[in-house]
Design a protein around this ligand. Structure first.
Ligand SMILES: Cc1ncc(COP(=O)(O)O)c(C=O)c1O
Length: 416
């Protein structure tokens, strides 16, 4: 019997928790505290982390900033994107990928995702291009790098800037090239849930000296290298990452390689275990996606083929001891902010051109309806943990009829 209806759960032991930290973080934080050098411009922690992060991601430069939303905005501003410009983004992503475009005073244009990889579809990008298109922000969703071969060739043909939103993709690679080194710039987040975290934080990567200089200036109140303190060259603000976060990140980055390896192996293994269950569509891994960082293990459940509704399966998985979620409930163009163009002071004129109620992203809508997310910390354990997850899915599949009956009785109760 399913645990949801009183049966014994597949699993009663917890999965690894997140974040993982220990004596190195404690010591380094204390050292920073005692140094009295708490700001980026006073200390050495952020500077050291920037160097290490850039090297690990195959880039010449990295600029640490306060979060992964601001990093996108700064990258757009550094690339000269502004009023009247259009930037192509996927509809299945976190709000920031598109809100950062609005904060750069430009217009996000949605291009649907591919139903197999859950990443932006290059064919949809091509159809979204207009004479006003200036940039593309592909998201490496869940930690699998988007189809960057096709995206970079479209960008070259149309002279577009590519900013990789790699908020999920620390340590991931494509043809063995690291995330953040394939486009003109990369943007990462260190927010609490991310595979590399300091609670909050973000970073921009690039190998282009001019773009790096522009990002440095924008994240530091428009100052320029060699300029004086109260001299501001461009409109911007203070978006500098702090030294306490730098200290934590310098310890977390020591753990990243091994953790990414473990997540990658476990994710691949779980995918192979679930592949034969009817109605489960795992995120398809093309051969060029050489390393998946499994920020999320993501799959789409077709209720007709699986034989039970997605939301009931989510409840059943939780009851079996497998933490999971439905992910985003809406594609971004369906969010009230876009529908109502509640853009605050931005885009007073240019936004008149677009009506997001007309955006058509059926693949993204379907993924919102059918998706199941398992978070990265589940993949830091053992293969036996993966066996448990697979066993829970198999058990639910075997008892799928009871879920349909359960769903019917719940609906009946709700109706009363
Ligand atoms: C795909 C994506 N882009 C950007 C961000 C924004 O990062 P932050 O929360 O650090 O601003 C997130 C964060 O959740 C994200 O998932």
């Amino acid at each position: 019997m399913l645990a949801l209806f009183g049966g014994k759960p597949v699993r009663s032991t917890p999965f690894p928790t997140w974040p993982i930290f220990g004596a190195p973080e404690e010591q380094r934080l204390l050292q920073t505290l005692r140094s009295g050098q708490w700001g980026k411009l006073d200390g050495l922690e952020v500077a050291e982390f920037e160097k290490r992060f850039a090297a690990l991601h195959g880039c010449k430069h990295a600029i640490g900033v306060v979060n992964g939303t601001v990093s996108l905005r700064i990258a757009l501003l550094a690339a000269g994107i502004g009023a009247e410009d259009e930037v192509i983004v996927p509809p299945y992503t976190f709000f920031s990928t598109a809100s950062a475009v609005i904060e750069a005073n430009a217009i996000p244009v949605f291009a649907d995702i591919d139903l197999d990889t859950f990443n932006i579809d290059p064919r949809a990008i091509k159809s979204a291009i207009t004479p006003r298109t200036k940039a593309i922000i592909p998201v490496h969703f869940a930690g699998q790098i988007a189809d960057m071969d096709a995206i970079m060739s479209i960008a070259k043909e149309h002279d577009l800037v590519v900013i990789e939103d790699a908020a999920h993709a620390h340590g991931a690679s494509h043809h063995n090239r690291p995330a953040g080194s394939i486009g003109h710039m990369g943007s990462f987040s260190f927010q609490s849930s991310k595979n590399l975290t300091a609670g909050e934080g973000g970073i921009i990567t690039t190998s282009n000296d001019d773009l790096a200089e522009a990002c440095r200036s924008i994240h530091n109140c428009g100052r320029v290298t060699g300029g004086i303190w109260y001299e501001h060259h461009v409109f911007s603000g203070n978006y500098r990452l702090g030294e306490f976060q730098g200290a934590i990140l310098n310890c977390q980055i020591d753990r990243l390689e091994e953790q990414t390896h473990t997540r990658h192996d476990n994710g691949k293994y779980l995918s192979s275990l679930l592949d034969d269950l009817p109605g489960l569509h795992m995120q398809k891994r093309p051969p060029e996606a050489t390393r998946h960082s499994y920020h999320l293990f993501m799959l789409r459940l077709d209720p007709a083929l699986f034989g039970a509704p997605r939301n009931s399966v989510l409840r059943a998985l939780e009851a079996e001891g497998i933490p999971c979620s439905a992910g985003y409930g809406l594609s971004l163009p369906d969010q009230p902010m876009f529908r109502n163009k509640a853009f605050g002071p931005y885009l007073p004129t240019a936004s008149g051109r677009l009506d997001y109620r007309e955006s058509c992203c059926p693949n993204s809508d379907l993924v919102c309806e059918q998706c199941i997310w398992l978070e990265q910390n589940l993949f830091l354990g053992s293969r036996a943990d993966m066996d448990d997850i697979a066993a829970a899915f198999e058990k639910i599949y075997e008892h799928r009829d009871s879920l349909k009956a359960g769903a019917r009785s719940t609906t009946a109760t709700e109706a009363r």
